[in-house]
Ligand binder design. Structure first.
Ligand SMILES: [Zn+2]
Length: 610
């Protein structure tokens, strides 16, 4: 449906409003200037008490799409949120609820915001927005994909590579830290060994620096240099000089690049970049006979004019991407050890990597097999390590390392194709080095041994045990060693001489055999659906993050309850604990602890020793 502007005009006349004093429908739309609009009108309004004219562009889908406003006659000069073509950027579509029955009301709602924006601009009240939105105004001939830690405020050199891909220039910049070559190849398909390298200097401006972006007029070389150097501290200028006076190696002199950081009052940093024509001059050398070539930075040589190639900066530093996309920045220095990388453990590992932890240590001696594929974080491409020269079954920990490196390259992954017991003998486990341990082995006997061993250490990290129950009836996550000793894996088991040992947290009654009847004698795994392991993994990661950021009290036993229809169908029986509601289970999350526990309770230990 395309709306008739005459109808809008008629509606405006009918309703009681005093924002629009005149409404003139224009004929013919310059589709370049008013992109996306099919109708135009000039409206009479008031700005700071004075009459003014705005151009309104109506998109094809108006009123489902909001109108666009232009200061076509440049009545208001350079104000924030106004682009070179006069377009006034007053909102994002998605933040406005639209009632399509009243097109004129939509126009008026938007106009109110536009008038506020213009008046703030004219009075100079939103000057700061220029800095906040600097990147919007910065013209862009190039795009530089930059790995810059903007929390580091020193002037420094970055690596910058250029590669021509499909007739376009791919520019990738990165901090000179660590080995990023593989990551760059993985993300951009760029082989840094084959790319052309240029000098690139990152210049973070002084806190509180204010620069007017180039709204209507391009910056000259003098503008660029002046705006940068008038906002650099003496120390930064010295550092810049140190960098440009260093002999250059392996960089092409034809272009120089600078990336500038402009801090906003809200703590974020706007970035803009520029390529500049480079300079080579011949110097007389006393040592070597004849002349040597020297690459002089254009900011040093003071050319009257040099060509500028403004560049948009797209960031890929983890400090930025994790912050921006919901990952938790408090996790960036955390190290987690995960033992058992089966269906639950593999999902736990992938999710902690997604959360942006610093390091994962993965411990498991098992190999991928085809029957794992549909209940594991790894897929069929990770069953074998297969190339022209090699063909072998892939250990689960190798596959996960490859998968995490590919998807979340900023999380370091250390792998051990060993049993956790070997690791506990070889490595000094302490919370000075490891922030959290997750045990997802799913074997009560192993977990009891691990629990006992960890509780005997001088400084054990918080440790979470996680496992699932058969046929979708539920799963459990037990936190231990989270700031206190009381409450441990052993507490779940009652040693009663009349009964065989069983897990008191269980939803399935003890003494039932789940492996044989469903999978036959050949298999030993407990059957469950992949969603069950993912649910347990999610509960574990959520709980683990709370432990890591200090938002979890003590050592709770957390359980999720699934439905029991399939379970019952096979004739199995649930425990009384399964009949508790989720709320009741949550209320009792600390009541599994036992005063007479042989591992975590002083009383229990004493009794044991006597
Ligand atoms: Zn205990």
């Amino acid at each position: 449906m395309t709306i008739n502007l005459e109808d809008v005009k008629a509606e405006l006349d009918e309703i009681d409003q005093n924002l629009i004093s005149s409404f003139n429908i224009l004929s013919g739309v310059d589709s370049e200037k008013y992109s996306g609009c099919i109708n135009l009108a000039e409206i009479g309004i008031e700005i700071c008490g004075k009459p003014a004219i705005l151009t309104v562009g109506f998109p094809k889908n108006f009123p489902n799409e909001i109108p666009k406003f232009y200061d076509s006659n440049n009545l208001f000069g350079d104000i924030p949120h106004k682009l070179a073509n006069g377009f006034l950027c007053f909102t994002r579509n998605e933040s406005l609820l639209i009632d399509e029955r009243y097109p004129a009301s939509i126009l008026l709602n938007c106009l109110e915001k536009v008038i506020k924006l213009i008046e703030d601009g004219v009075k100079g009240e939103n000057k700061e927005d220029y800095v906040k939105e600097f990147e919007v105004y910065w013209p862009s001939i190039l795009t530089i994909y930059a790995h810059i830690d903007t929390t580091v405020l020193t002037v420094r050199e970055l690596n910058l590579w250029n590669m021509k891909v499909d007739k376009k220039h791919l520019l990738v910049a990165a901090e000179k830290v660590g080995l990023l070559d593989d990551t760059i190849n993985n993300i951009f398909g760029l082989d840094v060994g084959k790319a052309t390298k240029y000098r690139c200097i990152y210049l973070p401006l002084n806190e509180g620096a204010f620069i007017l972006p180039p709204v209507n007029k391009k910056w000259s070389f003098a503008d660029l240099k002046g705006n940068i150097f008038s906002n650099l501290s003496e120390e930064s200028k010295k550092e810049f000089n140190r960098i440009v006076n260093r002999p250059v190696k392996g960089v092409h002199p034809i272009f120089e690049y600078v990336i500038v950081g402009l801090a906003n009052s809200n703590g974020s940093v706007s970035l803009f970049g520029c390529g500049i024509d480079g300079n080579i001059i011949n110097l007389k050398s006393l040592k070597k006979k004849g002349k040597v070539k020297k690459q002089i930075h254009p900011f040093v040589i003071k050319p009257k004019e040099a060509n500028l190639y403004p560049a948009t900066i797209k960031r890929w530093h983890p400090e930025y991407i994790i912050n921006r996309t919901g990952g938790n920045r408090n996790l960036k220095d955390k190290h987690i050890l995960i033992a058992g990388l089966g269906s639950v453990g593999s999902e736990v590992a992938m999710r902690f990597a997604k959360a942006g932890v610093k390091k994962l240590t993965l411990v498991d001696f098992d190999y991928m097999a085809f029957e794992n594929v549909h209940r594991h974080a790894l897929g069929i491409d990770q069953v074998f390590l297969a190339t022209d020269e090699i063909f072998l079954e892939r250990p689960k920990v190798w596959g996960l390392k490859a998968e995490i490196n590919r998807k979340y390259p900023f999380t370091e992954v250390e792998v051990h194709l060993k049993s956790i017991f070997t690791i506990m003998d070889e490595v000094n486990i302490s919370k000075n080095d490891i922030d959290l341990i997750v045990i997802a082995i799913g074997s009560p006997n192993s977990e009891m041994r691990i629990n006992k061993k960890l509780l005997g250490l001088p400084d054990p990290p918080p440790t979470i045990y996680t496992w699932v129950e058969p046929l979708g009836i539920g799963g459990h996550t037990l936190v231990t060693l989270n700031g206190e000793k009381e409450g441990c894996y052993q507490c779940l088991f009652k040693t009663n001489e009349e009964l065989p040992i069983y897990n008191r947290s269980a939803f399935a009654q003890p003494g039932q055999d789940f492996s044989k009847s469903i999978t036959g004698c050949g298999s030993v795994f407990t059957p469950y659906n992949f969603l069950d392991s993912e649910r347990s993994a999610m509960l574990t990661v959520e709980t683990g993050i709370k432990v890591l950021i200090g938002k979890l009290n003590g050592n709770p036993l957390l359980s999720w309850k699934g439905e029991d229809s399939l379970f019952k169908e096979y004739g199995y029986k649930t425990t009384i604990r399964y009949t508790f509601s989720s709320e009741a289970l949550n209320e009792r999350k600390y009541s599994y602890k036992r005063n007479d526990c042989s591992v975590c309770s002083n009383e229990g230990v004493d009794m044991h020793r006597q």
